[in-house]
Design a protein around this ligand. Structure first.
Ligand code: ADP
Ligand code: MG
Length: 622
């Protein structure tokens, strides 16, 4: 076409498309779910705009918020159409080719190592999965602010965009036309498409229709001279003969008819738009929760979410919510933690999708959770900015945090591997909780850092979060333990919780700081995460117990009557020592009660940075 403008794909996008085109990945089905998900996103966008301006929807069919799938067997075309927001010419150029998203190169890398295309949606490049089944794709799109355009590409590094002067006007929205590859013929089968929509797109919030064919028998008039011979064929049963007889009696002149089989098409609804969060939690099955998670998180790895919480908040602020702990951490969970917006909750107001970028719903440290909130209290007809400042959001956030922490606490309580006090043996015997065995350890491995960040950031929930902390100690025998357990094991007369921070457990185990404590039977916590130094600046006490870094000044180990004597005896020595070291960054020289075999040790002052903190500051690891 002469009017077409040609473009080259951005380099990373081009690489991605090469990988997809040449992929031997067998599960090509995923493309349909990605395209339907895009259609659904586009519909969400126009519905949101319509909240404040009804006119954007247009009239008649254009206003129908739905998705339509059509097949052309002869031409081997599968098309998916939505009446969503559509794309302007500029959108087409940017969104489908010239701008690489941050996930593009991450996904390319991942593909080269693992080859699992299933996660493509999470990386924000789902559209290109269509090239798993098509070798030529046309995207026809009409945005309210522009005329209709066609984007097309054979995935050969180039694409073209033209003004659309030949297709039927869409009104508004997008039609993706896939010219299927020869080996992708199965996607021209209606049964296959119905099956895929059922399986993957169950929770799409808009009706999905298929232009389905149906064989019907219709009566068509017969020519007079034809009728004689036709009669014996069409009226084969007694009943029909009688009917015919009646008819003839009733009206002499009635036109003779014959039955013929015909293929007709009609829109068949493939999904029953179901909002599981509106149902009672008792009625929703585990399988439904799992599937719903997959569609929410765009995680089709078939893994079950580790936990979920579905609840209905009543009172001043009413909302329903479903929260999930994902089966594992996202590829970029802790990257650019403080600078990025990784809110993962979808916000609905009275069933209308508003945004998944509201970071007012959950604090950053809980951004690993997935889920949704649907509120009846928030106003519908205000801008996103206004909504963001609505006072109800604070209440919603508070309740969500509470529920999230409850859910995590339960995860630990139900795990037979966790040290439980009395009932542990019973649980082991019954074997009922086999499935939950080790679930908290796994959670801790993936998301423990979030709990620590929570202790740092969220003063009002610090104690609740501290309960969720796990660590190894000098007595935990390589297993994880908790503060509650530590406190239970504390020696008589022990006031403080002892801990030591360093880069690894092996290194810490050799530390002279521990010598005497271990000898006397005290338990010391090992903190080995870079974040732990910060953590312990915020975690001052827990259940009336103070924390004591054993490498710092001020360590008190029970009563030690000898110290006083020794202090006196060595008064001159310590004085001389201190004077000799004056000007060497040494504050004081004291008699220590923390050593057993090592003759002397350098400790950090109570309010100074520990040696480990100095190390961290030097390497800027956080
Ligand atoms: P993602 O959906 O994660 O953003 P995709 O690769 O699936 O990534 O889609 C890229 C972009 O193309 C979308 O963000 C959107 O802007 C645009 N797009 C794709 N399909 C449609 C559609 N049916 N209607 C409107 N815009 C679309
Ligand atoms: Mg997408």
């Amino acid at each position: 076409r002469s009017s077409a403008e040609k473009f080259e794909f951005q380099a990373e996008v081009s690489r991605l498309m090469d990988i997809i085109i040449n992929s031997l990945y067998s599960n090509k089905d995923i493309f349909l779910r990605e395209l339907i998900s895009n259609a659904s996103d586009a519909l969400d966008k126009i519905r949101f705009l319509a909240l404040t301006d009804k006119d954007v929807l247009g009239e008649g069919d254009t206003a129908k918020l739905e998705i339509q799938i059509k097949l052309d067997k002869a031409k081997k075309i599968l098309s998916i159409r939505d009446r969503g927001i559509g794309m302007s010419k500029e959108d087409l150029i940017k969104n489908l080719g010239t701008i690489a998203k941050s996930g593009t190169s991450a996904f390319v890398e991942k593909m080269q190592s693992s080859g699992d295309l299933n996660l493509i949606g999470q990386f924000g490049v789902g559209f290109y999965s269509a090239y798993l089944v098509a070798d030529y794709i046309e995207v026809i799109s009409k945005h309210n602010d522009d005329i209709q355009h066609v984007w097309e590409s054979k995935a050969d590094g180039k694409f073209a965009v033209s003004e659309d002067t030949w297709n039927e006007p869409l009104g508004r929205g997008t039609e993706i036309r896939l010219h299927l590859r020869d080996e992708a013929g199965e996607y021209l089968e209606e049964s296959k498409l119905k099956d895929l929509v059922k399986r993957y797109s169950e929770f799409i919030n808009f009706p999905i229709h298929l232009w389905a064919s149906k064989e019907v028998e219709t009566e068509v008039p017969v020519e007079e001279d034809e009728s004689a011979e036709e009669e014996s064929e069409t009226t084969s049963t007694e009943e029909e003969k009688e009917e015919d007889a009646e008819e003839e009696e009733g009206s002499e002149k009635k036109q003779k008819t014959k039955k013929v089989k015909e293929t007709v098409h009609e829109w068949e609804l493939l999904n029953d738009v179901k909002a599981i969060w509106l149902r009672s939690p008792k009625e929703v099955t585990e399988e439904e929760y799992t599937k719903f998670y997959h569609s929410l998180a765009k995680d089709f790895s078939e893994e079950k979410p580790t936990a979920w919480s579905h609840f209905n908040a009543e009172g001043d602020v009413e909302f329903k919510a479903v929260l999930y702990v994902p089966p594992k951490a996202a590829h970029d969970q802790y990257e650019r933690y403080y600078n990025s917006n990784k809110a993962n909750l979808k916000l609905f107001v009275r069933r209308v999708f508003i945004s998944d970028e509201f970071d007012e719903l959950l604090p950053k440290y809980l951004s690993f959770l997935k889920g949704l909130v649907d509120s009846d209290t928030l106003p519908l007809n205000v801008s996103r900015e206004m909504l963001q400042q609505h006072s109800s959001l604070k209440t919603i956030k508070k309740k969500l945090i509470r529920k999230a922490l409850d859910m995590i606490r339960k995860l630990a309580e139900e795990d037979p591997d966790e040290v439980h006090d009395d009932d542990k043996k019973d649980m082991e015997k019954s074997g009922e909780n086999d499935e939950k065995k080790g679930q908290y350890t796994k959670f801790w491995k993936d998301f423990g850092k979030s709990i620590k960040l929570g202790i740092i950031e969220d003063a009002s929930n610090r104690n609740r979060l501290a309960k969720l902390l796990r660590f190894e100690t000098t007595k935990s025998d390589g297993k994880l333990t908790s503060l509650d357990q530590y406190i239970k094991r504390m020696k008589k007369g022990q006031k403080d919780v002892f801990y030591i921070i360093g880069s690894s457990k092996q290194q810490l185990e050799k530390s002279p700081f521990l010598e005497r404590l271990i000898k006397k039977g005290y338990e010391v916590i090992f903190f080995t995460d870079p974040v732990d130094e910060y953590l312990m600046q915020y975690l001052m006490d827990y259940e009336d117990k103070k924390f004591q870094n054993v490498s710092k000044e001020g360590l008190k180990v029970g009563k030690d009557s000898k110290v006083k004597e020794l202090k006196e005896a060595f008064k001159e020595l310590t004085k001389w020592w201190k004077e000799s070291l004056a000007g060497e960054n040494v504050d004081d020289v004291k008699i220590s009660n923390r050593l057993a075999d090592t003759p002397c040790i350098v400790v950090t002052s109570k309010f100074g940075w520990s040696a480990n903190m100095e190390r961290i500051m030097q390497s800027q690891t956080l």
